[in-house]
Design a protein around this ligand. Structure first.
Ligand SMILES: Cc1cc2nc3c(=O)[nH]c(=O)nc-3n(C[C@H](O)[C@H](O)[C@H](O)COP(=O)(O)OP(=O)(O)OC[C@H]3O[C@@H](n4cnc5c(N)ncnc54)[C@H](O)[C@@H]3O)c2cc1C
Length: 437
């Protein structure tokens, strides 16, 4: 965490216990209907075979003199040793692979080996056909890199992170334990009057309408909702709030009667499998390994896919997620293992007090104007949340934003924001996609 808020101090303050969250393992899968006979392929095979071919091509261009302009002979010789390690191209050792240096013919990194010594003791490898490697042309047809395959390499994700034991709700529970007396539930704000010396907030409580007058108001109400409330915002602020639009996103959750993904066939312990179908991904739990039952995120869907998926009825969503999920794990189709009536779906764009998942910034000039404006208060009214941060879609963004606003209020930070500040690109930080929305 790069904010001034210390994560360890926050965890201690909220008295929550953290455990490792696994984003990626080499046992995760990738599936597409385009190639590989529509079969799901293990992440490590795609990863290592791709590296192998790239390494082979690099070795070839070096040996053909194509880099003579860029590198001197000594550097070329040194560089040639890199693809051998990077792509597993060495024709030596007790391994399944090349018979010639610098030619990729599979690697034990895929989990495959024959047993040239006829060793009678079992080894850890699968016996795979020779050559086992995926064909380069198929890898190109798969376009797996367009489907989040390399997200775990981004700094924001990484293969391992942390999560609270018991689920993300434990952060909320932590706040409830420490500041719970201050929280008013079921009291939606209906009106916000901003003045030079304070803010009057009107809300609907259990006993009708009430008002609170405060010196400052710090609001995390999502902008698509905030813009619809009665308010007295300054015109440019109101315009910025109105133009902070949110992206759609959908999820499906499964309660599985068996942790089939942890069996000998899959050996998946946490992480995410990717597909180019509408469900986009399947998440495996990072806790309670080898337990009896488990929950899966059966779909986590963004952008245009989320618009389409969200239009389906809850029953249709479950059926669609089953159909697509079964391409990665046939067990998902089995009602005894993954019962439909224990599945759940949510489309954030239709959640009453949310109306979307996160701001759909494209990181362009149009957004810059509005993003810069919501980072600055309207007199005594401040916006916080991941919606007003460099990390839309992340709680860390919400915390950074809170820190930014608190510092503004106590005059430790100027209320102005430099002209050069650009809006983040949401697709980049939420989906790893570098491009416009
Ligand atoms: C699908 C999805 C997946 C995510 N995954 C991750 C993840 O893996 N990791 C991560 O770090 N972050 C994740 N996030 C982001 C995370 O949820 C947000 O960053 C965080 O919730 C933002 O906190 P917040 O307090 O700013 O806003 P919110 O949590 O959105 O809180 C806004 C609150 O305002 C309330 N509200 C709305 N209208 C009114 C009204 N009129 N009056 C009073 N209150 C109102 C709402 O009920 C809500 O409680 C995800 C978000 C989504 C949607």
């Amino acid at each position: 965490m790069k904010t001034n808020i210390s994560i360890s101090a926050l965890v201690a303050y909220l008295t929550i216990t953290e455990e490792c969250y696994i984003m990626n393992t080499t046992g995760n899968l990738f599936q597409t209907d385009q190639v590989f006979d529509k079969k799901a392929v293990v992440y490590r095979e795609i990863q290592n075979d791709t590296r192998g071919y790239i390494a082979e091509l690099l070795a070839k261009v070096i040996n053909q003199g194509a880099l003579d302009q860029e590198l001197n002979a000594q550097d070329q010789e040194r560089l040639l040793t890199l693809p051998q390690k990077f792509g597993s191209l060495e024709a030596v050792g007790n391994r399944y692979g090349s018979r010639t240096d610098n030619i990729y013919e599979g690697s034990t990194r895929d989990g495959c080996a024959d047993d040239p010594q006829g060793n009678p003791t079992p080894n850890v490898y699968y016996k795979c056909e020779n050559p086992k490697d995926l064909i380069l042309h198929s890898l190109l047809d798969a376009e797996f890199w367009q489907h989040s395959f390399y997200d775990p390499m981004e700094f924001e994700w990484q293969a391992t992170l942390f999560q609270p034991v018991g689920g993300m709700d434990m952060i909320v529970e932590g706040f409830k334990r420490t500041v719970g007396d201050l929280i008013k539930y079921e009291s939606p704000v209906t009106k916000i009057e901003v003045n030079d010396d304070g803010v009057i907030v009107t809300f609907k409580g259990k006993r009708g309408e009430s008002q609170i007058k405060a010196d400052y108001c710090v609001s995390n109400i999502p902008c698509p909702i905030l813009t619809k409330l009665q308010h007295s915002f300054q015109p440019d602020f109101a315009e910025a709030v109105e133009n902070t639009t949110f992206s759609p996103s959908c999820k499906v959750g499964w309660q599985a009667e068996q942790r089939f993904w942890e069996n000998d066939e899959y050996q998946i312990y946490g992480g995410i499998s990717w597909t180019d179908s509408i469900i986009e991904q399947i998440w495996y739990p990072s806790n309670n390994f080898f337990g009896k039952k488990g929950t899966l995120t059966g779909a986590y869907i963004h952008s245009e896919n989320a618009v389409e998926f969200g239009k389906l009825s809850p029953k249709e969503r479950i059926a669609k997620a089953k159909e697509e999920g079964a391409k990665l794990h046939p067990e998902i189709a089995d009602e005894k293992i993954v019962p439909s009536d224990k599945g759940i779906s949510i489309a954030w764009q239709y959640v009453e007090h949310q109306m979307g998942a996160w701001p759909s910034w494209e990181g362009n000039q149009h957004d810059q104007k509005y993003y810069r404006r919501i980072l600055r208060p309207d007199r005594r009214f401040f916006i916080v949340g991941d919606q007003a941060s460099t990390l839309p879609g992340w709680q860390e963004g919400a915390m950074m934003s809170a820190e930014h606003v608190v510092k503004q209020i106590v005059n430790k930070k100027p209320a102005d924001v430099p002209e050069s500040v650009m809006a983040p690109n949401t697709r980049r930080v939420v989906q790893g996609i570098r491009g416009s929305y």
